[in-house]
Design a protein around this ligand. Structure first.
Ligand code: FPP
Length: 241
């Protein structure tokens, strides 16, 4: 592999979030079942994790399964759950050794019991790691996350623990699944669609968005580096001048 052009350290994103789209189209192009596309997509996940480790990017969030994805055909949902289960089985030990801390955001109660159990175990076992925070968005929907935060805050107001006028942006952030996580700096979406798809709506307020036509299973280390280089070349103003 050719060496990748250097990016100054201070220009690197601290948190990359990915909408991993295009697995189905990748499979269709090859006359393969959709689950083959998801399987190939899991290899891209490994490449992205390795890239973040090598380039000392401390946060990577991946949209692995949305709350809307439950409405896909039963066989596809099952295939995705098996893939997640196998991914955790295959990588838990390695994550522990390599310094990767696993997190999950979403309505995890909906996951199959044994997958949830394995997930919770991996989260627990990697909880003291600090090298890379790998966040899997599973059964995740941003609007539901915001509604759930609003309910928790309303309960605190109702019990008198908090006054309505004391609610700030930080209060809301602290009641999201992503409490204590930095907001994404760079949001990547593969396979060309210009949509956010109910992903981290609150958290991406100031993220830089990068959309590529490359399908997720084809998304290479070079493609990721290109996205990061593009991010590094931008002038982030956060609403200022
Ligand atoms: C969207 O592509 C992708 C998904 C719904 C699943 C993403 C899952 C993976 C990449 C693999 C598993 C991940 C882990 C962490 C083990 P699509 O099916 O909507 O593609 P299409 O738009 O081309 O049909």
């Amino acid at each position: 592999m050719a060496t990748l052009p250097e990016i100054p350290k201070e220009k690197m994103p601290r948190h990359i979030a990915c909408i991993m789209d295009g697995n189905g189209r990748w499979a269709k192009k090859r006359l393969l079942p959709r689950k083959a596309g998801h399987r190939a997509g899991a290899d891209t996940v490994e490449r992205c994790v390795d890239y973040c480790m090598t380039h000392e990017i401390p946060w990577l969030t991946l949209y692995a399964f949305s709350s809307e994805n439950w409405s896909r055909p039963k066989a596809e949902v099952e295939a995705l759950m098996i893939l997640l289960h196998d991914f955790l089985k295959k990588h838990s030990q390695k994550m522990k050794e390599k310094g990767i801390r696993l997190h999950a955001i979403g309505d995890l109660r909906r996951l199959p019991e044994k997958t949830r159990h394995l997930l919770e175990e991996s989260i627990q076992e990697t909880s003291s790691n600090t090298q890379l925070n790998l966040v899997l968005a599973l059964s995740y929907g941003s609007r539901a996350e915001i509604v759930s935060a609003a309910q928790k805050i309303a309960t605190r107001v109702a019990t008198g623990e908090l006054k309505a006028e004391e609610i700030t942006e930080q209060t809301l952030s602290e009641h999201l699944y992503t409490a204590n996580m930095p907001d994404p700096d760079l949001l990547i979406r593969t396979s060309g669609e210009m949509r956010i798809s109910n992903f981290l709506l609150w958290q991406i307020s100031y993220a830089e968005i990068y959309v590529t036509d490359v399908l997720w299973p084809d998304f290479s280390t070079e493609n990721l580096h290109e996205a990061v280089s593009n991010y590094a070349s931008r002038n982030r103003r956060f609403g200022g001048v």
